[in-house]
Design a protein around this ligand. Structure first.
Ligand code: IPM
Ligand code: MG
Length: 361
């Protein structure tokens, strides 16, 4: 096959980790007889520096002309919350997700076998294994609702952020979750705050409707505060966790942390038609940018997800994941996941080791 991939290298360590993922994509292409063409797309703080705004005109169109998008990371202290919205990297990321209607964000939190003792959880809890898929609604809810800021007569300034969800939005993300559960261990946990929020009550109603359509999938409702607790108490109980945008933002960070290695976790943002967006869940780590210290594995595993979810090529995805696991099993680590005495390598060397493994599989 011939694939066209948009590369958003971004800020901080973004360009370094994207480089290594591109190396692995090329190695996979060679191994499996594909050709890949890359198109650079400018977005984030680097775009603000280059052209004055973080989401340059025509970005969505450029991306739409590709089969998938690989993103490193965006953001940094240079473009903080005090900057106008159109100069902030976060605005660009939200706009891209919205413009391409990438409503389903898949964030696997997996404790990779070689990393079992890196989890901050008690050994007997971690040993049960962690392999959950957070399915976060990505283009609705409070992150996209109407905002307001106004002066009141007696309470000073007041702000509001509106959380809105429609049946249609809930149903399409719900379906994704149930379909995914069928390919995994057959369980969906739907997270809401139905004891307080109207949007959550609608969420629950729609999920219950869907659960009837998928009788082969085990279903449960979990309140968000309880879910936060269960993720540290016994994450092994979860298979697919589906939730609205803000809850998913917070819980996916928590779930990643219990695996002990945020530098290893990929993500996919997909819609019904537009190209999917693949990115590590970690940030741009400006403190180590340009020092060949960043862990490229999460971006490399994002490339594996690209093969799996955008190109429907399971073999390539499995091979990349196997190569990563093999390198970890041999004891190679980047600094972020190394324990005293382990073999520490830089970004480039880690990329090379994974490419080599992949070719030799
Ligand atoms: C994430 C990030 C973004 C989000 C920010 C940077 C807008 O936290 O991808 O989880 O909240 O979606
Ligand atoms: Mg987040």
């Amino acid at each position: 096959m011939n694939y066209k991939i948009a590369l958003i290298r971004g800020d901080g360590i973004g360009p370094e980790v994207v480089n290594e993922a591109v190396g692995v994509l090329d190695a996979a292409a060679e191994k499996f007889g594909h050709s890949i063409e890359y198109v650079d797309v400018l977005l984030g703080g680097c775009a603000t520096d280059a052209v004055g705004k973080s989401y340059p005109d025509g970005t969505a169109e450029k991306c739409r002309a590709c089969d998938a998008i690989l993103l490193g990371a965006v953001g940094g202290p240079k473009w903080g919350p005090d900057k106008p919205a159109d100069q902030r990297p976060e605005t660009a990321l939200l706009a891209l997700r919205k413009d391409l209607e990438l409503y389903a964000n898949l964030r696997p939190a997996t404790l990779r076998p070689a990393m079992a003792d890196s989890s901050p959880l008690r050994r007997e809890t971690a040993e049960k294994g962690i392999d959950l898929m957070m399915v976060r609604e990505l283009t609705g809810g409070i992150y996209f609702g109407k905002r307001d800021k106004y002066q009141t007569e007696d309470r000073g300034v007041e702000c509001t952020d509106l959380m809105a969800y429609s049946e249609k939005e809930i149903e399409r993300i719900g379906r994704r979750a149930f379909e995914l559960a069928r390919l995994r261990r057959g369980k969906v946990s739907s997270v809401d705050k139905a004891n307080v929020l109207e949007t959550s009550r609608l969420w629950r109603e729609v999920m219950h409707r869907l659960a009837k359509e998928y009788p082969d999938v085990q279903y449960e409702d979990v309140l968000v505060d309880n879910c936060a607790m269960q993720i540290v108490r016994d994450p092994g109980q979860f298979d697919v966790v589906v939730t609205e945008n803000m809850f998913g933002d917070i819980l996916s960070d928590e779930a990643s942390m219990v695996t002990g290695s945020i530098g290893l976790l990929p993500s996919a943002s997909i819609g019904d038609t537009a190209p999917g967006l693949y990115e590590p869940i970690h940030g741009s780590a400006p403190d180590i940018a340009g020092q060949d210290k960043a862990n490229p594995m999460a971006t490399i595993l994002s490339a594996a997800m690209m093969f799996r979810y955008s190109f429907q090529r399971r073999e390539e995805a499995d091979a990349i994941e196997q190569a990563v696991d093999a390198v970890l099993a041999e004891g190679w680590r980047t600094a972020d996941i190394a324990k005293p005495g382990e073999k520490v390598v830089g970004t480039k060397e880690m990329g090379r080791l994974i490419r080599e493994k992949l070719a030799a599989l």
